[in-house]
Design a protein around this ligand. Structure first.
Ligand SMILES: Nc1ncnc2c1ncn2[C@@H]1O[C@H](COP(=O)(O)OP(=O)(O)OP(=O)(O)O)[C@@H](O)[C@H]1O
Length: 885
């Protein structure tokens, strides 16, 4: 057949996955085609080769073999070869591209390629493809994208913080909710939203070693997010290739001590992290080891979240130092900072008389409002009561040479207590690992009990195993005995009995200890037991804490301030008195009341107003409830699994088991393992069964399904049967869907102004434009399945007419694109200018608005406008409907 010429580009109608082929040999009866992307050759009989010629027409996009794109402006023929003239996308230059120089990849216009090749899919796959793009576009615009899929109860105070911080330009904030109110969860939500919207790509998490595993587990089970642990071994291993070891992963978690050692500081600095999260940040003290390493990370990384429940654990100055890590320019003078705090009461009074935007403005403009978020139990409500039980025990004189625990009455008390409270679980906390080990020995020797222990001399794995052994309901240990490291960060809300075998002198540490039980998820009253020896330090401390500041039964916001004021007298009393001096108790009590009244009307009130604005929080919750749209998600995924060969088995009303079958359409789908998984789209079910997957539009498997459908060619061309008696048999319609997208740096979240956009055109057999007259759904309702063979025949019959319609109506598509670009430009300019102005105004009043934030808005607008100059347009889907009444 004379139509074949060397250098021409043809597609295989039966194997489009081979990519674009090139004719390498033509002899009388045979034609040889090389498919370079697969390095395969095929020889066909020239008379009936299942091949289709790729011919781009004006207005269409082409891809050069060197990977740049162009839009065709003119097509010429020369010696049987096509020569394309057009404009390059990257530098706007005029180009001439002989067809032999086209890229072997044909994924830029999958629908057109398939049409040319004469291929068609089933109607239901086409519908799924269209749904995928619709849902994707909706998700891209959702103000709660990234907050939909967290396996958490929808708590207003957390969602308000998460949404507010995630939205900021280069957020640098202190998350300082009281112990156990969910700072880790807030950080996870912020992280997830920022990752999924593209605002951040590379995160470094720094946590105390003892919390590393808990973080990993929490991020995985609550957010389906994996973090990669980097310790000395892993880094050394990875560094052997000579590359920066941290660049091998996007989400990295390291321990405080790893940072303190500082061996990899240079590599960390060069690893291009854009978000830093530091948990238990009160440990970061200027005098602490490796502080300068933390300081330089905070300087290097644009976005920073510091987490601590006890920001003032190391005093006002310590608190100030952490604020300084966030914004050294704003927090540069401690005296000024203290002076500012003195005006909080006055500000709070003003705030009481304001509402809505006025209130927002005042809170935004003053103090630490923009930098620090602190929610308190008192404001949230609904937490269980805490009860103190003191157990005064007689002093004893230890016998020389005998272990102390043989005679200490607290040990006898503990054994009786465990008997009395059986089968309840008890958490015991004391100061040192030695004491824990002695107590474990005591219980073993005196009562034959194998108690779970948790202390710094154990490896991380051993600690996690101990916590698991304790948590196990059936054969777990009734008691876990921890040294002070167990008093931070861990989740023991399934326990109601807490024994303090000794007492810390720092009220914040006391609160951290109680916080292991008093946290979200605690459903019973908490019983705090302090067994103490008469005239011991604990005898004084228990009175000071309980009668002086009610620190056991209430969360105490001024504990640290009281400690700072009274610690000299307290230490003296501990050294020289047998009981708490009345004078010290009275002084503590009255100062406690005074300070409490002050902070509650000042700092506290401002923090309360700032950390959660109930109306806005309510709106976020409503958005989440609406945008989750579990029914649509379930239907969409069910159709997806069905079409892609994933087996499903209904377990109950809310749970489904899904597993890859032997007939998968693609080899693997991210987020779905070979063993399969149980899923739910129902939040309550996901909270009840933590081992099953909570599917949402944020979930990696759902995102993978959408990506597969929208970026590959599944369902891009279909032929369906119409049964309309009012129309002649054989009448046909051509429905085209164009998709426009932006190629922009992910960090500017361009999708919020220009999500994936679709443009539909509908023509009848005479080429009449019916786009505005016949809606898509009306056709879908009348459309039905047509067998594959007939469908392919129809595509082959109509493909050249369809191509000419596409070409003919290209100007209308471009017109549409121009309009939507102009609209997006206007909206982006208006909104971002407004955002910038707000920050500029704020900065006049409140220096905690950083220049970097304002510059980031300017940069976002600049990059957005640039990206809007070059949207990519592709023919996304083609549906041919043929009437067979
Ligand atoms: N919205 C929520 N839904 C379900 N569980 C939650 C939610 N928020 C927090 N939790 C659970 O409550 C516990 C406390 O949360 P988290 O660890 O985030 O608190 P924290 O403020 O970081 O604690 P700490 O002050 O001790 O470091 C955890 O077990 C967490 O999984």
């Amino acid at each position: 057949m004379s139509e074949f010429n060397l250098g021409q580009r043809w597609l295989s109608e039966t194997e489009t996955s081979l990519g674009l082929g090139i004719i390498t040999q033509v002899d009388g009866r045979q034609v040889t085609v090389l498919f370079p992307s697969n390095e395969e050759s095929r020889i066909y009989a020239s008379t009936d080769a299942p091949l289709a010629r790729l011919q781009l027409s004006e207005g269409q996009q082409g891809q050069h073999a060197d990977d740049w794109f162009f839009t065709v402006t003119e097509v010429k023929q020369q010696n049987g070869l096509l020569i394309y003239f057009g404009q390059r996308h990257d530098d706007d230059s005029e180009v001439m591209v002989p067809e032999s120089q086209l890229s072997h990849h044909i994924d830029i216009n999958p629908a057109l390629t398939r049409l040319v090749a004469g291929n068609a899919d089933r109607h239901d796959l086409y519908l799924l493809r269209n749904q995928a793009s619709e849902f994707y576009s909706r998700w891209q615009q959702s103000p709660v994208a990234g907050l939909l899929g967290a396996r958490v109860g929808l708590l207003p105070h957390q969602l308000y913080v998460a949404q507010t911080v995630a939205e900021r330009y280069h957020p640098r904030v202190l998350l300082a909710d009281e112990v156990g109110l969910g700072k880790t969860i807030e950080a996870g939500m912020i992280l997830q939203r920022r990752l999924l919207t593209g605002r951040n790509q590379r995160v470094l998490v720094v946590v105390p070693e003892s919390l590393r595993n808990q973080w990993l587990v929490e991020m995985k089970r609550r957010f389906a997010l994996s973090l990669s642990v980097f310790d000395e071994d892993r880094v050394e291993q990875a560094a052997m290739d000579g590359d920066n070891p941290f660049l091998s992963e996007q989400r990295v978690i390291v321990s405080n001590s790893f940072i303190q050692r500082g061996d990899w500081q240079q590599a960390l600095a060069e690893a291009e992290f854009d978000l830093l999260i530091i948990d238990e940040a009160h440990h970061m003290q200027p005098e602490s080891k490796g502080y300068s390493n933390i300081e330089s990370l905070c300087k290097n990384i644009s976005d920073v979240l510091l987490l601590t429940a006890t920001p003032e654990q190391e005093g006002t100055e310590g608190h100030f130092q952490r604020l300084k890590l966030l914004d050294p320019a704003r927090f540069n003078d401690l005296d000024n900072f203290i002076e500012e705090q003195n005006h909080y009461q006055q500000l709070a009074e003003q705030a009481e008389h304001l509402e809505g935007e006025e209130l927002d403005k005042l809170l935004d403009q003053h103090g630490t409002g923009r930098v620090m978020f602190r929610n308190r139990r008192k404001h949230i409500g609904g937490f269980p009561a805490r009860h103190l039980h003191t157990h005064a025990l007689p002093e004893y004189i230890p016998e020389a040479g005998e272990p102390w625990w043989l005679e200490d009455p607290r040990v006898i008390w503990l054994m009786d207590f465990l008997k009395d409270t059986k089968p309840q679980k008890t958490l015991l906390i004391c100061k040192t690992a030695e004491q824990v080990l002695d107590l474990a020995e005591a219980l073993r020797v005196l009562s034959g009990m194998q108690a779970a222990v948790f202390h710094e001399q154990m490896s991380l794995l051993e600690r996690d195993r101990a916590a698991e052994f304790f948590a196990s309901e059936e054969d777990g240990s009734p008691i876990l005995m921890c040294s002070e490291i167990g008093s931070e960060g861990r989740n023991f809300q399934f326990v109601q009995q807490l024994v303090m075998f000794d007492l810390p002198t720092n009220p914040d540490l006391l609160e951290q200890r109680i916080g292991r039980l008093d946290r979200i998820g605690q459903h019973g009253d908490i019983h705090i037991h302090v067994p103490y020896l008469e005239h011991s330090d604990e005898a004084l401390l228990v009175d000071w804490y309980h009668y002086g500041m009610n620190a056991f039964e209430q969360c105490n916001p001024v504990g640290r301030a009281l400690y700072e004021e009274f610690h000299h007298e307290l230490e003296q009393a501990l050294d020289f008195s047998e009981s708490l001096p009345e004078k010290l108790l009275e002084a503590t009590k009255s100062r406690h009341q005074q300070l409490l009244a002050e902070v509650e009307s000042g700092r506290d009130r401002l923090q309360e107003l700032n950390a959660c604005r109930p109306q806005q929080a309510e709106q976020i919750i409503q958005h989440i409830q609406t945008d989750s749209d579990g029914d649509s998600l379930y239907d969409f995924m069910e159709a997806f699994w069905d079409r892609f060969g994933v087996d499903t088995e209904v377990l109950d009303e809310h749970r489904l088991f899904v597993k890859p079958s032997e007939h998968m359409r693609v080899p693997a789908i991210p987020g779905l393992t070979d063993e399969g998984m149980t899923i739910t789209v129902d939040r309550d079910t996901a909270l009840t069964y933590e081992d099953i997957e909570f599917l949402s539009w944020d979930h990696p498997h759902v995102q993978a399904a959408i990506e597969l459908l929208t970026t590959e060619d599944f369902g891009s061309v279909c032929v369906a049967k119409l049964q309309n008696k009012a129309l002649p048999a054989g009448a046909w319609f051509l429905e085209l869907d164009y998709v426009a997208e932006l190629a922009a740096p992910p960090a500017i979240a361009a999708q919020e102004f220009f999500p994936q956009q679709r443009f539909r055109q509908l023509f009848d057999s005479q080429g009449r434009d019916l786009s505005s007259k016949v809606p898509r759904d009306a056709l879908t309702q009348q459309a039905s399945f047509l067998d594959k063979k007939t469908a392919r025949q129809i595509v082959k019959q109509l493909r050249s007419t369809a191509q000419s319609y596409i070409q003919q109506h290209q100007p209308a598509t471009e017109q549409w694109l121009k309009k939507s670009i102009a609209k997006a430009k206007q909206e982006a300019t208006e909104q971002l200018q407004k955002q910038k102005q707000r920050l500029v105004d704020l900065q006049q009043q409140n220096p905690s608005v950083r220049d970097a934030e304002i510059e980031a808005v300017e940069r976002r607008l600049e990059l957005l406008l640039k990206a809007l100059e070059q949207p990519s347009l592709s023919l996304y889907a083609i549906r041919i409907l043929v009437n067979q009444p």
